[in-house]
Design a protein around this ligand. Structure first.
Ligand SMILES: [Zn+2]
Length: 197
């Protein structure tokens, strides 16, 4: 997947996790951290967004593990969670957004045919082969991610659209009833005339 789709997908996962599982408003900083963490696994590619920022990390990573290697595995997630929790007393790491964003990247790459070596160091790659990276399907998924974020925000805000829609709905209903009532008068008139003819 492309960087922007990874960011959107990671943000969607974080918002869904906040609203759907934790049942609370999504926090902006958490969504931003998840979005950034959604790019982290591609540190193993010197031309990726973060890879270009820290080439002294990405170039050795690419040389040792190759692209879509260790950084795209469950083992890496376990190591990351362990390190974050171990250092939790020194730094209050935002563990949840980091893990959600990171996992979302691995899931996202699994949707494309290249797949990911989930069980690294085993070489087997796992892929749902749903769509090609940067193809029309990915463009659609990118847009759907933002629609999804909008949906969860709407849910989190207690569906306030109901409050805006209700007066409009009532107005429309009133108008339709009036239309039906006057229409009925004409209908009765014409039916009676036709019957009399
Ligand atoms: Zn990747």
């Amino acid at each position: 997947m492309m960087a922007r789709t990874h960011i959107a997908f990671a943000s969607l996962m974080m918002v869904a996790c906040s609203v759907g599982i934790l049942q609370r408003m999504p926090q902006l900083h958490e969504v931003a951290i998840a979005g950034a963490a959604g790019l982290l696994p591609d540190l193993d590619h010197p031309k990726s967004t973060f890879g270009r920022i820290v080439p002294y990390i990405s170039i050795p990573l690419a040389a040792v593990f190759g692209h879509r290697g260790f950084t795209h595995s469950i083992l890496m997630v376990v190591v990351m969670v362990y390190l974050l929790l171990a250092d939790h007393q020194n730094h209050n790491w935002p563990v949840l957004p980091l893990v959600v964003g990171y996992l979302s990247h691995i899931i996202g790459d699994m949707l494309t045919p290249s797949g990911v070596p989930l069980l690294w160091p085993m070489r087997q790659k796992f892929s749902f082969k749903l769509f090609k990276a940067d193809g029309p399907m990915e463009q659609l998924i990118y847009r759907c991610c933002w629609v999804g974020i909008g949906y969860f925000l709407w849910v989190a805000l207690g569906r306030p659209a109901q409050a805006w829609l209700q007066p409009v709905q009532q107005l429309l209903e009133a108008q339709l009833w009036q239309l039906w009532a006057s229409g009925k008068v004409w209908l009765v008139y014409w039916v009676e005339r036709l019957a009399a003819a």
